[in-house]
Design a binder for this molecule. Sequence first.
Ligand code: NDP
Length: 299
Amino acid sequence: MKILLLGKNGQVGWELQRSLAPLGKLMALDRAGDAARGLCGNLQDLDGLRATVMSLRPDVIVNAAAHTAVDKAQSETDLARRLNAEAPTVLAEAANAVDALLVHYSTDYVFDGSGSTPWVESAPTGPLNVYGQTKLDGERAIAAACPRHLILRTSWVYAARCGNFAKTMLRLAAERERLTVIDDQYGAPTGAELIADVTAHAIRQLVQRPQDAGIYHLAAAGETTWNGYARHVIDTARRLRPEMALAVREVAAVPTSAFPTPARRPHNSRLGTSRLQQTFGLRLPAWQHGVDRMLAETL
Ligand code: NDP
């Protein structure tokens, strides 16, 4: 199996380099591409992307690249649209032309965040910001252009290798006695490792069972708020590294309105994952499982 991976150095892309390697011949590109081989990995270069797929003729394309800066997207609308909607459209058309499976990632931000029950795949969408709208446009274009697709909507992604919410909380917890953290957005922190492992498993199944193609929700099990997440991180750090000097005494709960941002965020980011678990015979671990592993590795 020949696999083309785009966005190899992002949170998910980095872990995909590990999880996809055993599946076959992996060609992993970042935005610089591979000039020596004439391969383009830049999502802004639509002609280059198309030519790369047509010349490589991969069996599977995994697109982990995206415009993920949610607040910046509000003022970089054209760039967000190019990366999150137009490039996926070109990848889908090219994938269809060479009969490749296209794997792509999307987000809980396609929903409006109302209610308190987990979103299922068929629930009505209603993005609150430019990022969510462009990701939704990307999903729709892929579904229209390439029936052999796997779109995984995920949420609150973190990775050990990059800066992340947990590391920020621990830095602040060392400096301050009181933290204020949002307590009215609900979701599940989901590790890039888990996303990459599930992707590899799903690709193997889809090669055998193309009828399982489609859109799925992929998030760790359980739910929390950013405040609950911060508390868990601090408690776990104290347990794992009692010698750490953490000044924090209180993690105060505040509403989203306490931290105004250019992009509105959904309150309900819960994703129902039954469809994915049943179709692919998987059991998604509790969010604490991955967060604790990440802390054990990085502290
Ligand atoms: P990251 O921001 O960690 O990685 C995105 C990657 O895209 C980076 O490697 C970046 O490269 C690359 N990229 C940006 N612009 C271009 C370009 N013009 N050409 C090629 N590559 C480019 O994202 P994640 O790994 O967290 O996200 C993976 C997927 O999951 C995305 O589709 C995202 O929308 C989705 N998702 C993410 C969530 C999150 O919380 N992060 C939540 C829900 C969904 P460079 O490093 O050079 O900038």
